[in-house]
Design a protein around this ligand. Structure first.
Ligand SMILES: Nc1ncnc2c1ncn2[C@@H]1O[C@H](COP(=O)(O)OP(=O)(O)OP(=O)(O)O)[C@@H](O)[C@H]1O
Ligand SMILES: [Mg+2]
Length: 492
């Protein structure tokens, strides 16, 4: 016989109820409510404790002690539950539980049946560590995912656990690695490191314009850049010429032409200057022979695009370029379904600024489902992340979040996050997460597994590095003084 944890009290709805408990339930714990022949699963979303005779307006500790001395420690424990659906089918009840309905703790078997169905293991239930939590890869990919938390809370670890899970399913994860964190990671399928080399010939005019840094309002410069681009593009189709060199010689020729009004010559020399800066700045990463980035992707390996050493503009171009090509390839069914992980998503899809990536992130968020491209937006600053893209992520793994404005932003994008769960976010420890969305069937508080393969982005040991450097410096001094001594002894 299962021990009764408590009984329902007060007014309930088909989605929420309160109960008085005998022992303290844990936040996030699952309970089963018995009423009208049904067994309905619920999650404890808040707990409170009080005493009927010691009310909040007693202002003297002596009075409280006196009441306690003749009444004993008579207290009540009250909990609020969110109903999640009938055990088994998880269909929502149409009627609310009546007062007096019995509440039991959910047993491990019931929970294993719910959380054991997916195919990627994330971790274990925080409140029932004996229950492993699996998520459904299909639902994760087709409905996208957001991983949000303050820095150091465990986002990259979670990404690694998911990538490892995808590789076990012969998946094709693509990581846009903004800090070269994953390039040396030990995934079971191995890492395919992809250098962010772009062939300028494959750049769209808009992508090129962003890198050349032509001002939005510089219409004349824009016109000349566009002209030079289409002229050079035509040339390089038939000859081994360099696109950027051809653009420059075209512009220089136009500059010398007598038909051009003097007023426009300034603009042309402006474009020439910018194009030369562009060639100098990105000389190492633009490569006229580079193969298309998406051609290099391999199924069954972690495809890591190493963006650690490029600036934000270039990263933006790479991300938009890859997403665009990937969508195109998937429409033709020329490449395997992919799961694209975007670290620092608030830089690529910022809330109040247009970027090239934002457009493609938004498109894939809307169309990706049909074509088998999933997005995973990872960010430590949710409030700076484009709300539009964020709201397309139907799955979320939210770890420790402290700032109320970040919490509210996340709540607006995810209607499943109740006020009570939201209040939990600031008290989560490293690796603990609220997991929401279709991939998990019902919301869960999860302790994410620790990724076993090495990851280079973890917390650095600063003290060790100081000491190592100091040791190095001391060795250097010792060597120098030995050399000086030897020099003098040679002179004697
Ligand atoms: N589930 C976990 N179990 C145990 N340790 C963890 C877990 N998640 C993260 N850690 C540890 O916490 C540290 C920070 O984790 P991680 O790098 O994943 O954080 P992050 O959220 O990606 O940080 P940042 O915002 O700086 O990228 C790492 O040293 C990692 O090993
Ligand atoms: Mg990280």
């Amino acid at each position: 016989m299962v021990e009764t944890l408590g009984v329902c009290i007060g007014e309930a709805t088909p989605s929420h109820a309160s109960f008085i408990a005998r022992t303290m339930p844990k936040l996030g714990e699952y309970v089963v409510l018995h009423f009208d022949g049904m067994r309905v699963l619920g999650m404890v979303e808040s707990v409170s404790r009080g005493s009927a005779s010691i009310s909040g307006d007693i202002l003297s500790p002596e009075v409280v002690e006196r009441i306690l001395s003749f009444e004993g420690e008579e207290q009540y424990i009250k909990a609020k539950v969110r109903l999640l659906g009938e055990v088994g089918s998880l269909t929502m009840p149409r009627i609310p539980p009546p007062p007096g309905a019995r509440v039991h703790r959910a047993d491990a078997e019931t929970l294993r049946e719910i959380f054991g169905r997916g195919n990627i293991k994330l971790g274990r239930l925080l409140t029932h560590p004996e229950v492993e939590v699996y998520v459904d890869a299909n639902r994760m990919i087709t409905r996208h995912l957001a991983i949000l938390a303050i820095t150091g809370a465990g986002k990259s670890n979670t990404v690694s656990v998911i990538v490892e899970g995808l590789l076990k399913l012969s998946g094709m994860p693509v990581i846009f690695d903004m800090h070269s964190e994953y390039v040396n990671a030990e995934f079971s399928g191995g890492v395919k490191r992809i250098l962010p080399r772009l062939n300028p010939v494959y750049l769209l005019y808009g992508e090129l314009k962003r890198l050349v840094n032509i001002d939005e309002k510089a219409y004349i410069q824009e016109r000349y850049l566009r002209e030079a681009h289409s002229h050079a593009l035509e040339l390089v189709q038939t000859s081994p010429a360099s696109l950027v060199d051809e653009m420059l010689s075209y512009l220089e020729e136009v500059y010398r032409s007598e038909d051009i009004p003097a007023s426009e010559k300034n603009s042309i020399s402006g474009v020439i200057g910018k194009l030369m800066d562009f060639r100098e700045k990105y000389g190492d990463i633009l490569d006229e022979h580079a193969p298309e980035l998406v051609e290099q992707f391999e199924q069954g390996r972690a495809n890591v695009i190493d963006l650690g050493s490029v600036d934000e503009e270039y990263a933006d171009v790479i991300v938009s370029h890859v997403l665009r090509k990937l969508l195109h390839r998937r429409k033709q069914r020329q490449i395997a379904p992919a799961f694209c992980i975007l670290e620092e998503a608030h830089i690529l899809a910022p809330a109040y600024r247009p970027t090239l990536s934002k457009y493609w992130i938004d498109r894939i968020a809307r169309e990706g489902r049909k074509f088998g491209i999933g997005l995973c937006l990872v960010s430590q600053r949710p409030k700076s992340l484009d709300p539009n893209s964020l709201s397309q992520a139907n799955n979320a793994i939210i770890m420790r979040l402290v700032e109320p404005s970040d919490q509210r932003h996340v709540q607006q994008a995810s209607e499943r996050l109740s006020d009570d769960l939201l209040a939990q976010l600031s008290s989560l420890n490293i690796g603990e997460a609220v997991v929401l969305g279709l991939m998990t069937r019902i919301p869960a508080l999860v302790k994410i597994d620790r990724f076993e393969g090495k990851l280079s982005g973890g917390d650095p040991d600063i003290v060790e590095e100081w000491q190592e450097r100091m040791r190095g410096e001391e060795d250097e001094l010792e060597r120098a003084s030995r050399e000086v001594e030897e020099l003098y002894s040679g002179m004697e």
